[in-house]
Design a protein around this ligand. Sequence first.
Ligand code: FES
Length: 309
Amino acid sequence: MAVRRLAPDDVQPSQFAFSAETESWVKAQIAKYPEGRQASAVIPLLWRVQKDCGGWLPRVAIEAVAERLAMPYIRVLEVATFYTMFNLEPVGKFYIQMCGTTPCQLRGSDAIKAVLKKRIGEAGHVSADGLFSWLEVECLGACCNAPMVQINDDYFEDLTPENFEALLDDLAAGRPVKIGSQAGRTTSEPEGGPFTLTDESLFDGSRVGAWKARFAEEAQAKAAKDADERAKAEAEAATKQAASEPKPAKPDSGRAIETPAADAPAQRAAAGEEPIPADKRKAAASTKTKRARKSEDSSGKKPDGDKTS
Ligand code: FES
């Protein structure tokens, strides 16, 4: 980087004053900062004053800013000489910053530089008519549209020696010029037009809410899958439990399942047997009663179902 010094005395103006419009703008800038912190407004003030002075900062303008912000002059001078956005020497009406960093160089910035040298002269030199001056700078952040230049506040991109010469002709003649790409593309879309996001349905509103439906479907499918897995896990657990803990058999009230509850006449008739005569049934009953009494005598308990006292 070149040493940055103030312009020679013979080009320095002898006085500077804030215009009425700049004065009220300066007050508004200073008011943004707390009392005692007005120095924070130094860069905006220098930038505004540079515009008012035709694109560069004379010594008297730097001093005026220092005085307005109650800063030592040397501190404002440090800021003005540090940042390359501040020009310390006069520039042309159209101040051209040409990017010479790798992407722009690979795309032809050397040819653009050759045009500048041919039309204006060496870098830092103001053309005889006062219209143009130029400087080579580092990347200006428009590499997609390389090579490019910045002229005053605007970018001019996709330059070729031909379209750049035509651009300089238009500026010199005061004709309107097209800012941005000089190759006809919109912003930084691909050469030849866009080839992604070209589906019209992306922009006509027909897809609005489609993403919501997708999330609902996915949630439903997941819930069904979870329920399925839960049911399977429960079935498996039940099978395991049944194998390790078999259920107790049904109580049979103390009767042998195969044994009929009573030797009833209807059962004998169904089995094709003769009914037991009444006298034999009586004898059998008295035998049962005697057996039961005997059992009571030996155990001291009454047989089940015996209500006698
Ligand atoms: S390299 Fe030129 S704009 Fe980035």
